[in-house]
Design a protein around this ligand. Structure first.
Ligand SMILES: [Zn+2]
Length: 352
């Protein structure tokens, strides 16, 4: 795209305005100041967005000196995105408004076969009254095919990436963070500039024995993956292992191989922190403290400020993150703005 062409520049500025309003209500004067776009252009862009019904005017802003401006916000009900989380036993279907708030969700069981009818019926119920559907994000381990049942365009996300998106939607970019998604399957992602999927991390060797579904021996997945832990303990579910004190010993035992894998990853990728996401993020504080101390024991003195966090979105992370990622991709077009920002940063560093 040639950004010097007026039409393209207007498209970019329009996306910048929408992205800024996604963060919260804002006056035209403030938009102009924050985005470095002149007031006349901001006036034109906001007028056209208002005409399309994508933003609305609210109350006056008395927070700054001078004539109070009207506060603008994203018309959150002007459109919807869908989020689908495909698990072994169920598919969760959720619909979100343009600010990423989950409005409704349903869990469709996958009892022995196809859940196509259930998914299609849920989508129909959630479509609402003819609002624009911008697209869908599908979270799965990759071996599921539900594309024919969900509104397009479709974005595919691995669990750890979706859960990382949920945390970043709440806290902003978490540079240098390793996200370990600990549910029935393990998954991992890291924020190093980009958000990078690490599908191999669950297959780091973390103990002597144990055959992994991948065919490897002693993989982290074989040691602490949800399937392995549930069959070893006989617990009714993985969440039960996280929450119920009777599984304390099993949980404590699982933290050892986990600490080896995490410490290796921390070292190899020079990370600053780690976050446990997914079902096991619900494990008690003592387990986080124990994991922290095990990892510190394995890391050199220079890395003793490393911290381990609990995901704040809990087991809703994949769903929330999928909605946020679908909005990023199909409504706010964040990837385009990010690329542009990177180019601007680069050219500002090249001496003229
Ligand atoms: Zn493996």
């Amino acid at each position: 795209m040639d950004f010097s062409k007026p039409d393209n520049a207007r498209t970019i500025n329009r996306l910048k305005v929408l992205s800024e309003l996604r963060k919260g209500r804002c006056s035209k004067a403030e938009l102009s100041r924050r985005l470095g776009i002149n007031k006349v252009s901001i006036g034109e862009i906001t007028a056209s967005l208002m005409k399309e019904g994508l933003i609305t005017e609210g109350e006056k802003d008395f927070s700054s000196a001078g004539r109070p401006g009207t506060l603008l916000s994203v018309a959150k009900d002007a459109g919807r995105v869908f989020a689908f989380v495909v698990r072994k036993r169920s598919v969760s279907v959720a619909v979100s408004d343009l600010l990423g708030r989950i409005l409704r969700f349903e869990r469709i069981p996958r009892a022995g076969g196809s859940c196509r009818e259930g998914i299609e019926a849920a989508v129909e119920r959630m479509k609402g009254d003819g609002r624009c559907i911008y697209g869908s994000a599908v979270v799965s381990d990759g071996d599921e095919e539900i594309d024919g049942m969900v509104p397009s365009p479709i974005l595919h996300l691995p669990p750890a990436v979706a859960e990382a998106c949920a945390e970043e939607a709440r806290h902003g970019k978490l540079e240098g963070m390793l996200f370990l998604s600990w549910s029935y399957a393990l998954d991992a992602a890291v924020r190093k500039g980009e958000l990078i999927h690490l599908p191999e991390l669950p297959h780091i060797r973390a103990q002597k024995d144990g055959i992994c579904p991948c065919g490897g021996k002693g993989c982290l997945e074989a040691a602490i993956g949800g399937d392995a832990m549930v069959s070893r303990t006989g617990a009714p579910s993985l969440k039960e292992i996280a929450r119920n004190g009777i599984y304390r010993d099993a949980l404590s035992e699982a933290l050892k191989p986990l600490s080896f894998a995490l410490a290796s990853a921390m070292q190899a990728l020079s990370l600053e922190g780690m976050m446990i996401t997914g079902d096991m993020s619900a494990m008690p504080d003592w387990a986080y403290a124990q994991l922290q101390s095990l990892v510190m024991h394995l890391l050199p003195p220079s890395r003793q400020d490393t911290a381990i966090f609990r995901a704040t979105a809990g087991d809703k992370g994949a769903m929330e993150g999928a909605a946020a990622a679908a909005l990023d991709a199909f409504f706010y077009q964040r990837p385009l703005l990010d690329r542009l920002e990177a180019i601007e940063n680069l050219s500002s560093r090249i001496p003229t």
